[in-house]
Each structure stands twice: as structure tokens, then as C-alpha cells.
Design a protein around this ligand. Structure first.
Ligand code: ATP
Length: 196
């Protein structure tokens, strides 16, 4: 049986970097963000349902008009809940399907909102990438050029650092590690996971 290992962490914690190091070790990775984009890719039937609900401007040349949609759901909880109720089951189904194709000792499910969206229902163990909040804001804003205020708003919408750590089976503390050290930590963890 292939074990399913969740990989999560707050914005800018280093999840994607960790995930890349696992991939380099030939570990299979299912990325919830990528699946979330695939289910609304051009031609997907759900786009017609979204169009019936939000109107024709939600599509441009058959592609989702993300800024328009973001604006629609930004301050309107009912619209956001509607959209989630349509998309989450589709995302969940595709994640389950993609995970079921894995054949190795374990597969990673990389999801920024693993706990928030109950995707940990699918996992056997969870890895949390933890980071000091000051460094987190610095790294996240340096990478995306997003304002500190916006980064803090995103952090406040995610579960708290303490809650996330409580739910972790394995923790990677990404504060004082060079990228090389981080890679070594992943190599060690991979050995631990293969031995489970
Ligand atoms: P998001 O949730 O926003 O996608 P993330 O958790 O996937 O973020 P990464 O993109 O992996 O985080 O890392 C954020 C930034 O911090 C990147 O620019 C990455 O190169 C850098 N970074 C991550 N870990 C380290 C480290 N140990 N030393 C130096 N820089 C690092």
C-alpha cells in the first residue's frame, strides 16, 4: 500500500522548495493547487455552471476570468461558499484519483490548506514546514512583491501556526537552514518515510 503523506505549511514557509527536493528523490507529488487549476481549465464542464451563476463575463474566450471571479467572491461570503461547494468536490475527486495512481512507498499531497480544507482526511501522516512569522513575512513578500499587509491578511486566514504544528507528524523547521541544509533535511525525512 502506498502511504499518503500530507505536506503543508503557511504562506512562504518553504513548502514548494521542500516538495521540489522530494521530487528530486523521485517521490511522486500531487499538488492540490495544480489540481485546483486543472478542474477549471478551458473546456471543463463546470465552467458552464459557473457561467450560469456569475454571468458571461466570468469567461474570456472560454477561460476563467480570475480577476472578475475574485472580485465577485472577495467580499461576498455567500458567493464564495457557492463556488467552493461546486469546486471542492471536483478537486477532492481528482486529488483522490491522482493519489490512487501512485505506486511508490509513499506519495506526497502538497496542499497549502491541507488542514483548512480537511484534505488530511486523505493522508496517513502529515509533514508541516514551520517558519518563524517574521521570516515568513519577509520571504513571502520578497518572493511575490506582495505587500506585508496582504501577506499578514493571508496568514490570518490560514490556521494558526500552533494549530498546524499540533496536527503534524513530522516538522521541518525552516528558520536557520540554508537551502543546502533544507535539502539534507528532506533526504533524512525521505529515509524515515521509506522505513515506515
Ligand atoms: P507559498 O505558500 O506562498 O507558495 P511556499 O511555502 O511554497 O510558499 P517557497 O516558495 O518554497 O514557500 O519559499 C518561499 C521563498 O523562500 C522562496 O523564495 C524560497 O526560495 C525561499 N526559501 C525557502 N526556504 C529557504 C531557506 N531555507 N533559505 C533561504 N530561502 C529559502
Amino acid at each position: 500500500m502506498t502511504l499518503i503523506i500530507g505536506l503543508t505549511g503557511g504562506i512562504g514557509s518553504g513548502k514548494s522548495t521542500v516538495s521540489r527536493y522530494f521530487s528530486a528523490l523521485k517521490v511522486e507529488v500531487v499538488d492540490a493547487d495544480i489540481v485546483a487549476r486543472q478542474v477549471v481549465a478551458k473546456g471543463q464542464p463546470v465552467l458552464q455552471q459557473i457561467k450560469s451563476h456569475f454571468g458571461k463575463d466570468v469567461l474570456i474566450d472560454g477561460e476563467l476570468n480570475r480577476p472578475f471571479l475574485r472580485e465577485k467572491i472577495f467580499k461576498d461570503d455567500a458567493q464564495r461558499i457557492w463556488l467552493n461547494s461546486v469546486l471542492h468536490p471536483l478537486i477532492n475527486k481528482k486529488i483522490r484519483h491522482d493519489l490512487s495512481l501512485a505506486t511508490g512507498k509513499y506519495v506526497l499531497l502538497e496542499a497549502p490548506l491541507l488542514f483548512e480544507n480537511n484534505l488530511d482526511d486523505l493522508t496517513n501522516y502529515n509533514i508541516v514546514v514551520d517558519i518563524d512569522p517574521v521570516l515568513q513575512v519577509k520571504r513571502a513578500s520578497a518572493r511575490d512583491g506582495v505587500s506585508v499587509k496582504n501577506i499578514k491578511a493571508i496568514i490570518n486566514k490560514q490556521i494558526s501556526r500552533i494549530e498546524r504544528i499540533k496536527r503534524a507528524d513530522f516538522i521541518i523547521v525552516n528558520n536557520d537552514l540554508s537551502l543546502r541544509d533544507l535539502e539534507c533535511r528532506v533526504v533524512d525525512l525521505d529515509k524515515q518515510l521509506r522505513a515506515l
